[in-house]
Design a protein around this ligand. Sequence first.
Ligand code: HEM
Length: 272
Amino acid sequence: MTPTIPLQPNLLTESRRRLRTAAATWFAVAVAGQWAFVAFIVLYFTPPLLQGDPLAMNTKPHITGWAPGDAVGNFQFVGHVFLGALVTFSGVLQLVPALRQRWSALHRWNGRAFMLAALAASLTGFYLTWVRGSQLNLPSALSTSLNGALILVFVALAWRAAWRGDIALHRRHALRAWVLVNGVWFLRIGIMLAGLGLAPFGVRMGYDSAVFLGVSFASWIVPLALVQLYLVAERSPRAAVPNAIAGLLFLLAGLTAAGAVAAVAFMWGPYL
Ligand code: HEM
């Protein structure tokens, strides 16, 4: 009798390993890109405040930025950018497996800081957009606001799942909250990639253009969809599914690296 070879289980184990490697590769690229964003925020916004020259924050064009006489709006603006830095920095730490496993107390405290900062960054973002009126245009304001509303939803769901001890559900919602919190960073990566892609054709991307608005919505919808694909792929019984998503993640790691380098070179570097 010919022995049966458990081919599919081996292929499945191998493809799941490939999926984890691809996810880790993309994550390493994302960490570098997100911390470059954090470094920009700290290095650009801190000196004007320390030197008592807040108007210097407007050297880089903002929608409103620092407006003399608007104490509440300025407080929200400055709070928003530093909360943005905090949430971007602390979000990355939550996803490092070694930190979660070896220093679970750090994971819990950093998780609380991440969630509170995410809520406050979103609420100050709502204030800037809808009370202060800092909008590029209505569609992009709606896109960022939907992103912000979903941050509130998934942070609350992740918090509730952790509170109830349902760690598998907590992980799924926390991953969604994390990509949504990074919607503004994905937006910058997307703008850079679209700019690089369109430049050879001599096309300029205005804030009202279909390309910009498409990138604006895609900056949070696509990452959210990719998290879902990743979660499905991790549990799929067919090796082809994790293999396909792993391939996609390797491709995205390359694109993300290109967008992040371009953001440092063209968007942030010139203002430091
Ligand atoms: C939670 C993640 C968020 C982060 C990390 C973040 C980060 C930032 C940063 C760094 C800036 C300064 C712009 C620059 O110099 O490039 C900014 C500006 C702004 N953000 Fe956010 N943001 C977040 C969420 C939101 C949300 C959800 C909204 C809207 C509901 C929003 C609305 C705004 C507005 C309107 C400005 C422009 C202010 C101006 O130019 O006067 N943000 N954000």
